[in-house]
Design a protein. Structure first.
Length: 524
RNA sequence: GAGCCGUUAGCUCAACUGGCAGAGCACCUGACUCUUAAUCAGGGGGUUGCAGGUUCGACUCCUGCACGGCUCACCA
């Protein structure tokens, strides 16, 4: 019996228990101000891995996701209509959905994200910030903030190198008239009544009651505030917050000295880059949304994609060429876990990452053992028809995987989306409905070969290997170079020079069709 | 300017608290009468970015430098 090599989440969990004890709250937070992408997913997946690792070590642990639905809209993002300039500065929970399908702007981006993480087996308790403010959860924190106004200003000036005026008040009242958080200036406040008097740039002067969600703390206070409110002990966050003078630096001082709460165990992760394009960013249009990724990869593969790397490594995700590599890595991982391949040492090394990649319970059996590479071929010749697909699987030697046909179909769908959106041209082909014109240019001897091949294929039921050999041998006997022979076949069926391994390819196609096409090519 | 993270084989990454530098892919050779994006067997590959230091021992710790990424705004 070999010991599993611990995953980084296991090592961190142990350290967390040493520092924080057995009772923990893991928190993550993402602002749903645009489509939530794969980069953002790293945060919540990191949290999920820590949550699971802690739980397995016997810790009592909660996992929460705080949606920053009360944040103001910062600017008119490229994906928004120009008319949204009037909403800049308003909380995203109070702006209309740009596509009109949800209750509000925040919901529009939050809902698909939550759907996506559920598919990935991530089930945090969801907390919407605007509701927390409305329900008065922040009231006490805001009281303390106002009481310690000057001290906080000092901390921000010192740690973050700010140049804030003495009368700076770290609270953003929402203008009753124009609805913006970013255009108000506080004139006075009354902590007993939880009220602040403000002047807004829109010309309105009013009073906001922060116990009713009529004001918001700026990020630098909001973050440490929520640590105390929700009892947060562990929080993964992006490297942007980890910098000296950044919000974790000020947050940990503020929470200790002002709120009387210990900062959570920080867990810093790197960005995910899109190969060749830079850091993922919805607002720059270089992002793959979570739902796009779930269209091309099974959920456990997505988990693996992120969890396999240590959080301090940046990930270069290459949906074009990296796709097949990822598939092959995962397939190998799976074979090792179920001991279809590799040594006990291999098993020990990979077992934990396999477990953490699973969406729910660890399956008793591996998934269908049909390589994605082969599915890429099948998807393109079966043209989405399930009966065709079934026959092709049998013909290409995967009959015993038919018991997992549903999962194979799902993989075909993933691959179809990938072919449509990302696949490099080398792997793409299209079975030609009619015989390509180029076949007319074949030499007589080449046509003879194709005709002879048709005759041979008719003789019996071949398997992929046999047919592969047949093609080669037949070509040799007719004095045609192997390479040329395969090219002739690809041109006849696909109208291109190369293609999937010919024997397996032809054997996957309906026999009648193959014979007819070869004969036709031979006589054209 | 200040600081954070990274730098290990051609590529992507491992190496738990210092203890023999490893995988996958790619590449090369061979095999399967056999071409591909297939299978099997074998192989080459490293001054761990550079320069010092601590140590019996450094990829690991310390100092400096270089390169890449990021951040220092009421911004996630």
């Amino acid at each position: 019996m070999v010991e599993k090599v611990p995953h980084w989440a296991d090592i961190a969990a142990e350290e967390i228990i040493n520092i924080k004890g057995k009772k923990n709250v893991v928190a993550t937070g993402i602002t749903p101000s645009g489509p939530i992408h794969l980069g953002n997913l790293r945060e919540i997946l990191t949290g999920d891995a820590l949550y699971r690792a802690l739980k397995e070590k016997g810790a009592e642990v909660d996992f929460i996701y705080i949606a920053d639905t009360f944040d103001p809209l910062r600017k008119v993002y490229p994906f928004l209509p120009e008319s949204y300039s009037e909403h800049v500065g308003k909380p995203i929970s109070e702006i209309p959905d740009p596509e009109g399908c949800h209750e509000n702007y925040a919901e529009h981006f939050l809902e698909p994200f939550l759907g996506g993480i559920r598919v990935l087996g991530i089930n945090p308790k969801v907390i919407k910030a605007h509701e927390s403010y409305k329900n008065g959860l922040y009231t006490e924190i805001i009281d303390i903030t106002l009481e310690n106004n000057e001290k906080i200003t000092e901390i921000l000036n010192e740690i973050a190198g700010r140049n804030l005026e003495k009368d700076f008040v770290p609270l953003l009242p929402k203008c009753e008239k124009c609805g913006r958080l970013t255009t108000t200036k506080i004139v006075s406040y009354n902590i007993q009544k939880h009220q602040v008097e403000y002047q807004c740039k829109c010309g309105y002067n009013g009073v906001a009651d922060y116990s009713k969600g009529e004001a918001k703390l700026p990020w630098r206070l909001d973050w440490p505030g929520r640590w105390k409110i929700f009892g947060i002990t562990v929080e993964p966050f992006g490297k942007d917050h980890a910098t000296a003078g950044g919000s974790y630096d000020t947050g940990k001082i503020i929470t200790k000295e002002i709120f009387g709460y210990e900062p959570p165990y920080p867990f810093i992760y790197e960005w995910i880059y899109l190969k060749g394009k830079g850091a993922m960013s919805s607002s720059k249009g270089i992002a793959i949304s979570i739902n796009e990724i779930l269209e091309i990869l099974p959920p456990s593969w997505v988990r693996y994609l992120i969890l396999r790397y240590k959080p301090d490594k940046h990930i270069d995700f290459d949906p074009v060429n990296g796709y097949i590599l990822l598939a092959e890595d995962y397939e190998r991982l799976e074979r090792i876990y179920y001991r279809l391949e590799g040594t006990e040492e291999d098993w020990a090394e990979f077992a934990r990452i396999y477990e953490l990649s699973q969406v729910g319970e660890i399956p008793k059996e591996p998934g269908p053992q049909v390589p994605l590479r082969h599915i890429i071929t099948l998807a393109q010749i079966s043209l989405g028809n399930e009966e065709n697909l079934k026959e092709m699987l049998i013909r290409s030697g995967y009959e015993k995987e038919l018991k997992r046909f549903d999962e194979i179909i799902r993989r075909v769908r993933y691959v179809e989306r990938w072919l449509e959106k990302f696949a490099p041209s080398q792997v793409k082909f299209k079975l030609q409905d009619t015989i390509p014109e180029i076949v007319r240019t074949f030499a007589p001897r080449e046509k003879e070969f194709l005709k002879a091949l048709a005759g041979k294929i008719e003789e019996k039921d071949w398997n992929g290997d046999e047919l592969q050999n047949l093609i080669y041998n037949l070509a040799q006997s007719l004095g045609i170079e192997g390479k040329k022979a395969f090219k002739l076949i690809y041109l006849s069926f696909l109208n291109q020079d190369s293609g999937p391994r010919a024997g397996y390819f032809l054997v996957s196609l309906p026999k009648d069709f193959v014979i007819k096409r070869l004969e036709e090519a031979g006589t054209l």
